[in-house]
Design a protein around this ligand. Structure first.
Ligand code: NAD
Length: 446
């Protein structure tokens, strides 16, 4: 709450999705004057009224506090940001339909609009890109920004959904991709004012060129995705040999060169970042002629998608002919717990495919049902896990929300018609579930 030595900065955050809305509220919490801008009037109305448009722990409280301080406003009209010193670009960079590449049209449009506003205002400004972009994007956009006397910094964001507030206020590191020379130095000084609180707390700040900053983000996500697919490939080998991937992961993770994190075998990664980021990186590397350098990432993606196939195959194996019309309870819809994000969610993919095979699928999730109803109206849903479980012939644990992990297998057995569970996240205790009468099927576990 205390800025220490920094100067208060007028900030605009362009794009108020999962990243931008949290960033805007956090910057206001640090004492800056912030206007959040988005094209979506519904989203802006919700944020302005203090309603979080998505599930993110701690965000509603932060938003309420920032709004009542008077330091945070929201608008659909970029003109209201005319007197701003720092523009953060937080717009989406989704996968282009029919391609692996990123759709940069939102970033390009946002930069053009901001440049026009800065030109009209005649003031100096710093434009700070936070969106995840293919390497080379900042160098391509910098001339547009410099033409109006502003400077572009690329400052990739590393926050995790579910921990977005904490990660924004206390990141592991802050990276600035800067242009050479005086303009870069002056712009850096202004961004240092914005992050004065973090810098005072000794959070490392690394300055690089544009290309390195862009690559830090995609390289980090590629590494994380690779770690998950590595252990999932080991799960495939475990399935052929009777070995147990959870014991294997525990044992290799004790080597601190490897580490325990991100070695949880299961139905793999999803969400609005890892899948599209590794694909966009692959596409960009191919454009650069580095086809072979990213060959492993194509495998990472394939392994990840194969784990979803595995669950569908297990369902076919256990239910056989009975799959058509069988009631299947899918526990979890979000791509991970503590989030309602359904983008590229393995849970939704599996539920949709089982439904496509004729099963009577019912999905439950503690946070994502409103979004599920909007985006996947064909999937039946149950508010409570007990209602999803009632009369089920098969249970698929797809998202490791705590309430599913701690579920009592004896109680659950009383609700279902046939006690068969596929533990898509390897979070249940197989021995306990079997003792309670269940047929337990894990991924990479005997
Ligand atoms: P999102 O789709 O939730 O939000 C993007 C928002 O930008 C939308 O609300 C959209 O209406 C708005 N928008 C688009 N064009 C605009 C314009 N010209 N002016 C104003 N608003 C505009 O996406 P997100 O998850 O917040 O991700 C944004 C970027 O941040 C992506 O590049 C993503 O890869 C990156 N990122 C996301 C996360 C995350 O956990 N979600 C973490 C790190 C980085």
């Amino acid at each position: 709450q205390c800025l220490g030595y920094g100067v208060l900065v007028r900030i605009a955050v362009i794009g108020c999705g999962y990243l931008g809305a949290v960033h805007a509220a956090c910057m206001a919490d640090l004492g800056h004057d912030v206007v959040g801008v988005d094209l979506d009037p519904g989203r802006i109305a919700a944020l302005a009224a203090g309603r979080a448009p998505f599930h993110e722990p701690g965000f509603p409280e932060l938003l309420g506090r920032a709004l009542s301080s008077g330091r945070l406003t929201f608008t659909t009209d970029l003109e209201e940001a005319a007197r701003v010193r720092v523009f953060f670009l937080c717009v989406g960079t989704p996968q282009l339909p029919g391609s692996n590449a990123a759709d940069l049209s939102f970033v390009d449009d946002a930069v053009r609009s901001v440049a026009a506003l800065v030109a009209a205002s005649g003031r100096t400004a710093v434009v700070v890109g936070k969106s995840t972009v293919p390497v080379g994007t900042a160098a391509r956009l910098a001339p547009l920004v410099e033409a109006v006397g502003a400077t572009l910094i690329w400052n990739p964001e590393f926050l995790r959904e579910g921990y977005a507030v904490r990660d924004t206020l206390t990141p592991n590191r802050i990276v600035y991709g800067l242009p050479d020379g005086e303009d870069g130095a002056a712009a850096q000084e202004i961004l240092d004012d914005v992050y004065a609180d973090q810098l005072r707390r000794q959070i490392p700040r690394l300055t690089t060129d544009y290309a390195t900053a862009e690559l830090v983000k995609v390289a980090a996500n590629s590494f994380l995705a690779t770690k998950i697919s590595f252990i999932n490939a080991m799960a495939e080998i475990c399935e052929l040999t009777g070995a147990d991937v959870t014991q294997l992961a525990g044992a290799i993770g004790m080597d601190d060169r490897i580490g325990k994190k991100f070695l949880q075998a299961g139905i793999g990664f999803g969400g609005g970042c890892l899948p599209k980021d590794i694909r966009a990186f692959t596409a960009r590397a191919e454009e650069l002629g580095a086809h072979e350098s990213v060959g492993f990432l194509r495998e990472v993606d394939k392994i990840n998608l194969r784990r979803r196939d595995r669950v569908v195959d297990l369902a076919k194996q256990v239910l056989g002919e009975r799959l058509v019309g069988a009631r299947v309870a899918v526990l979890g819809a979000a791509f991970k717990p503590h989030s309602d994000d359904l983008r590229d969610s393995p849970a939704v993919d599996i539920a949709t495919r089982l439904q496509g095979l004729g099963a009577d699928v019912v999905v439950t999730d503690p946070a994502a049902l409103p979004l599920l109803a909007r985006l996947h109206p064909a999937l039946s849903q149950a508010e409570q896990a007990e209602d999803a479980l009632r009369d089920a012939d098969l249970v698929v644990l797809a998202t490791e929300w705590r309430e599913y992990v701690v579920m009592d297998p004896y109680d659950a057995a009383e609700l279902v018609r046939t006690p068969v569970v596929i533990d898509g996240r390897n979070v249940l205790n197989p021995a306990r579930w079997r003792r309670a009468g269940w047929t337990y099927l894990g991924l990479g576990r005997p």
